[in-house]
Write a protein that binds this ligand. Sequence first.
Ligand SMILES: Cc1cc2nc3c(=O)[nH]c(=O)nc-3n(C[C@H](O)[C@H](O)[C@H](O)COP(=O)(O)OP(=O)(O)OC[C@H]3O[C@@H](n4cnc5c(N)ncnc54)[C@H](O)[C@@H]3O)c2cc1C
Length: 290
Amino acid sequence: MIDYDYKRPDSLEEVFRLLQEYGPRAGLIAGGTDVMVKIRNTKKAPEVLISLRGLTDLAYIRKNGHYHIGGLTTHRMLEQSELLQNELPALYEGASRIGSVQVRNVATLAGNICNAAPSADTAGPLLALDARVTLQGPDGERRVPITEFFTGAYRTVRKQTEVLTEINIPAHMEQFGSAYWKQSRRKAMNLPIVGIAVSLRLDNDTISDSRIALTVAAPTPIRAYKAEEFLAGKPMEDAVLAEAGRIAASPECCTLRDSLRGEAWYRARIIEVYVPRMARLAAERIKKTH
Ligand SMILES: Cc1cc2nc3c(=O)[nH]c(=O)nc-3n(C[C@H](O)[C@H](O)[C@H](O)COP(=O)(O)OP(=O)(O)OC[C@H]3O[C@@H](n4cnc5c(N)ncnc54)[C@H](O)[C@@H]3O)c2cc1C
């Protein structure tokens, strides 16, 4: 049996107090769908698990100029949000493709990105939507662009004493269409072999701005900046989108590798095919919502 103590504070202040009291012997737990699997697999647990489930005020999705998603918001709340489905469809798609309904009912968006798996399904959409995260600690809060959040596989800039309290998506994303593709072996309960999120804005039929994000294409989720630069100012045409897909799949943008779930050549092929498809879908969605 693996032994650990479990605390369920009902305020952030109490969470910070416990984090300071126990230091590196403490671990945070939200839905527990990564934490408990890790404890079971490694047969090791922190001395104390500090649950965030009592912080019910942090479970929200709001639009108030920017989009605000609280640090205890579950994937199920995201997939049931009409606001997200209509205005930030890539994130809606990322959240609704995670695990099963049972998993999504308890698993949180913050947990998905704090766990920082290279395959995290919401990381690509958040990168394509210019998200920023708020990290709150005993000494105050800081905002970190999602592009600077991941520092390696399963590693982030979050300090041990900090809680991710909010994910913020800037208001300008309202003018972008977006889409996310998860390539996996089966429809449910499988991590992506590769994930592709695209957001873009059009000026008539010219691509004025775009974001292309990839997961399982490098040790951390990444933006394909060279492909984005290539698209800027170009017409929304098949040959242009195909070239953007080729650049995104090349070593100019990613470091693909073979793994049990898929080989590098296959990942490259999927990126090449799905960057153009997601770009088209994103463009159609702008027309629909604006
Ligand atoms: C059966 C199954 C299927 C799954 N399928 C998928 C899938 O298809 N795609 C996918 O991406 N993932 C999948 N997962 C992984 C997991 O469900 C997600 O990563 C989930 O979003 C984690 O959220 P959680 O609230 O359960 O996090 P937890 O397990 O509670 O925590 C994960 C990590 O984040 C930290 N943490 C959590 N919340 C905060 C916070 N607010 N502030 C600071 N640190 C925090 C914890 O300390 C821990 O290190 C699956 C898991 C299972 C068990």
